[in-house]
Design a protein around this ligand. Structure first.
Ligand code: PMV
Length: 325
C-alpha cells in the first residue's frame, strides 16, 4: 500500500501566454491532495474519492477510458490507462483520495490528484522515473482529458517551490526564495479553465498580431519577474503583477468580480494585484508587505472576496508512506 501527496499551485505571472510557448512563474500551494493505492488481486480499478464527490467507482481494466467518465475520475482513470499501456500489470488496484483543498478555488486539484496518483503508482511497482518522465506521463493524461493546457500546474505539483516554467517542461527552473508576501482572495465564482483557454485561442485566431503582442509583453514581465523574485524586490514584483493584470484584461479574461477585488487590494496599499490562472473567477493574488497585510485582506473581504490562508513555495510531490500488506 502506498500513499503519495502533491500540492496545488498559483500562477504569479504569465497566465495564458504560457500556453503559447512563453514562460510563466508558478508557486506551489501547501494545500495537498493525497492518494492511497493498493493491489486488489482482481481485474478491476476501484476508486473512492469522497472529497471529489465520488464514493465507489469500479471498472474492469479493459474498460478503462471507455464511456463518458465522471469529471472527478477522468484524470485518475486516464493516467492509469496510460500507465498500464506502458507498464502492464496482471491485477488491478484500489485507489482512495483525500483532499485538503477547499473545493473549487482553482488551486489545481486535478493536477495534484494526477501527480500524486502517478507517484503512488511508480512507487508501488518500483519503477524509477525522473521528474521529467513523471511530468510527461501526467501531462499526457491531462491532454487526454481536457485537450489544452501548458502543464504548469503539473510541474508545480511535481517539483514544488516556485518555478520559472516553459511548456511542456522544456524549462523548469527553481527560484530560490524564502517567502512570498501574497494575499489570495477567492471571488466565489468557479472558472472553467479549458473553456477560457479555448476562448483566448478563438480571439487570437481573429486578432493574431494583437494577441501575440500581448503575449510577448507578458513574456517580458515574466523575465523581469524572475530576476526581481531572486532579489526579493516585492515593490517591483507588485508593479509587474499590476501590468500583467492589464494585459490579461486586454485578453478579455478578467471579470467584474476579479476587477473589484483587485482594485480594492490596490487601493488598500497592495503594490500590485492580478487574477491567477485562467481568469473568469477563481482567485486573485495581491502583493502585500507586512505593513499592509491587514488592510489589504480587509479590503478584499469588504469587496466580496474570501481571503484564503495558504502558504506558498510548498514542497512538491512526495511519498507519504509505503507498507507491505
Ligand atoms: O485556471 P488555472 O489555475 O488552472 O490556470 C490556467 C492557466 C492558463 O495559462 C490559462 C492555462 C494553462 O494551462 O497554462
Amino acid at each position: 500500500m502506498v500513499t503519495a501527496s502533491a500540492p496545488g499551485k498559483l500562477l504569479l505571472l504569465g497566465d495564458h501566454s504560457v500556453v503559447y510557448g512563453h514562460p510563466c512563474i508558478v508557486t506551489a500551494v501547501d494545500q495537498r491532495l493525497q492518494v492511497t493505492i493498493e493491489k486488489n488481486g482482481k481485474d478491476s480499478f476501484h476508486l473512492s474519492a469522497p472529497d471529489l464527490g465520488l464514493e465507489a467507482y469500479t471498472k474492469t481494466i479493459g474498460e478503462l477510458g471507455e464511456k463518458e467518465l465522471p469529471k472527478s475520475v477522468r484524470f485518475v482513470e486516464m493516467l492509469y490507462k496510460r500507465f498500464l499501456d506502458k507498464h502492464p500489470q496482471d491485477h488491478g488496484i484500489n485507489v482512495t483520495t483525500k483532499s485538503e483543498f477547499e473545493s473549487g478555488f482553482g488551486f489545481g486539484s486535478s493536477s495534484a490528484v494526477t501527480v500524486a496518483f502517478a507517484k503512488a503508482l511508480v512507487s508501488l511497482y518500483q519503477i524509477e522515473l525522473t521528474n521529467q518522465e513523471l511530468f510527461h506521463l501526467c501531462y499526457q493524461a491531462v491532454l487526454d482529458v481536457q485537450g489544452v493546457g501548458s502543464g504548469f500546474d503539473i510541474a508545480a505539483a511535481i517539483w514544488g517551490g516556485t518555478l520559472y516554467y516553459v511548456s511542456p517542461a522544456k524549462v523548469v527552473e527553481t527560484l530560490e526564495i524564502e517567502k512570498l508576501p501574497l494575499i489570495v482572495g477567492y471571488t466565489g465564482i468557479k472558472a472553467d479553465t479549458p473553456t477560457l483557454v479555448r476562448m483566448v485561442a478563438a480571439q487570437r485566431a481573429k486578432h493574431r498580431s494583437y494577441y501575440n503582442n500581448l503575449f510577448a509583453q507578458a513574456s517580458d514581465l515574466v523575465e523581469q519577474g524572475k530576476e526581481v523574485l531572486k532579489r526579493q524586490d516585492w515593490k517591483t514584483l507588485g508593479k509587474l503583477m499590476h501590468h500583467n493584470q492589464s494585459l490579461l484584461a486586454d485578453m478579455e479574461v478578467s471579470s467584474l468580480e476579479l476587477d473589484r477585488l483587485i482594485d480594492a487590494a490596490e487601493q488598500a496599499g497592495s503594490d500590485g494585484a492580478k487574477l491567477s490562472g485562467a481568469g473568469g473567477g477563481d482567485c486573485m493574488i495581491a502583493l502585500a508587505e507586512s505593513t499592509v497585510t491587514d488592510s489589504v485582506s480587509k479590503a478584499i473581504e469588504a469587496a466580496g472576496g474570501k481571503v484564503q490562508n495558504v502558504s506558498l513555495n510548498a514542497e512538491g510531490v512526495r511519498v507519504e508512506s509505503s507498507t507491505e500488506v
